[in-house]
Design a protein around this ligand. Structure first.
Ligand SMILES: [Zn+2]
Length: 66
């Protein structure tokens, strides 16, 4: 299994996105997904404080304002 971005050895496969990533490229992918979701749904205002919690279930993650 090869990383979609760099072609290196992938450590994670995301079937929903038909992709696999090495650790550094998965972090980039994940950050971009979160950034785009926040922007698209206008979840946050500038300077707003954020608490993020991630569960052990691989399909569940949540974030909220505090
Ligand atoms: Zn990679």
């Amino acid at each position: 299994m090869k990383c979609r971005k760099c072609g290196g050895t992938a450590v994670l496969e995301l079937r929903r996105h038909n992709a696999a990533f090495c650790a550094p490229d998965f972090l980039d992918f994940f950050r971009n997904q979160v950034r785009e979701a926040i922007r698209k749904h206008r979840m946050l205002e500038p300077e707003e404080q954020v608490l993020v919690a991630v569960s052990g279930a691989r399909t569940r993650s949540r974030s909220g304002t505090c």
